[in-house]
Design a protein around this ligand. Sequence first.
Ligand code: NAP
Length: 536
Amino acid sequence: MSVSAVVPAAVARPSRTLVCVPATARAPREMAAELGAAAALGADVAELRLDCLAGFAPRRDLPVLLAEPRPLPALVTYRPKWEGGEYEGEDEPRFEALLLAMELGAEYVDIELKVVDKFMKLVSGKKPENCKLIVSSHNFENTPSAEELGNLVAQIQATGADIVKIATTATEIVDVARMFQILVHCQEKQVPIIGLVMNDRGFISRILCPKYGGYLTFGSLEKGKKSAPAQPTAADLINLYNIRQIGPDTKVFGIIGKPVGHSKSPILHNEAFRSVGFNAVYVPFLVDDLVQFLSTYSSLDFAGFSCTIPHKEAAVRCCDEVDPIARDIGAVNTIVRRPDGKLVGYNTDYVGAISAIEDGIRASQPTDPTTSPLAGRLFVVIGAGGAGKALAYGAKEKGARVVIANRTFARAQELANLIAGPALTLAELENYHPEEGMILANTTAIGMHPNVNETPLSKQALKSYAVVFDAVYTPKETRLLREAAECGATVVSGLEMFIRQAMGQFEHFTGMPVDDDKFRGIANSLDNPDSMKPRL
Ligand code: NAP
């Protein structure tokens, strides 16, 4: 098999990828109930993990678990400890249980490659026609080369497997590209394969396998019930990632960051794509090395990226072309792949933040509609990172007199020099009050969930400001904004910046104008605590 370093183009698939929910209850009746719950979620298959049952007695329990009519087809797995399961006994009783499951009508039975020869001797012609045998191999350490994976597929096929299952472990997100290559290779050869990469860096394998023809992907019944590292919930697969709509032609977008699990962008963009019928999926990319990531996922299918901490500055160097303002700011938060494959970088943070502040001021006080309400105002930026630079450049563009305050004073000076303004230490900022009507923008993570009791500036000092903006958007109302409002300032939430920068990204990604009300409706529905929890 030829091995290339980049992810291959997807090919047309014969059938859709199934969503399988592992049932992992300790008691048979509870496990049987999990099948019903999985069916209610819209899953296609439920995996009965017999090794999770306490005191499992096959002849007593399997007829209960496999009683007809079943809410879903059953995949029966009895995983030994040595392959990542919980079963600690001998192989023979395990094999007998799997054989009984076949006889009782299980649609799929999973057996590990390491013992398949022994199992086949026992089965010898007794496997019912309608039962598919999955022969599985799990690698909890790494993801071998594409060539080794190809050899593994051939080895599994040679056992007489109906379906090949390979689960490996990602140490870097680029490992997943090799699994995609194998999926495509198998699809071309019409070999049904489940190919998944475990761990948070392998997360995209679970979402994108329908694009490359994976036979099945696993989704847990609920958060915390996952049967493998970084398994999404079935509800997220179906409702958030719209997995039923993912096919070979689906474009892939996503947020590149580290960490990235807290981001609400996948919820927002997937819903926005769906609302306009755009054939695309938006995933979290947990990336360590941006250059390596972009050179691996370099096909036109990977059509655009949002960039967040810590990759915004490196993204400037990785793009073939960079919008002049993004270049001045020194940070790219949006990358679009043009049809010729070239990457173009933009910064929608600055437009999002500045327009949010301008509109906040316009809504609260009479302003001259012909100029920016920032023109001539003293605009204090706390922070000198990516968001700080975006706010500082944006405010200067609008004619504000910009002051930078930062924990690391040298960074404050550096940014202040670039925008030809003064720099302050955070201590100096406490007593900084040269004039009335100042605007404050916090661009540090101070006050962000879970540190919601922290604030970058005392309430006393806040009394000097007429307008206060906080880039932090989890929670929507930070302590800084609450205290600023108590002091009588006009407050502008980071959620507004988040929504607006995402609208800008949506337009770059889809080439379609954004429907402001619809997008806002989606964004506002995100404002529940659950959607702030990490999803990886
Ligand atoms: P960044 O490049 O890492 O910069 C972080 C800045 O915060 C630096 O100036 C850093 O100071 C300062 N800082 C961090 N922890 C601090 C602390 N404990 N005390 C004082 N200063 C501290 O990050 P970024 O990309 O600019 O993002 C900053 C914040 O903006 C994050 O909370 C992010 O979620 C938010 N953000 C929001 C949006 C939105 O759409 N609402 C968009 C982008 C960013 P040093 O220089 O001393 O390290």
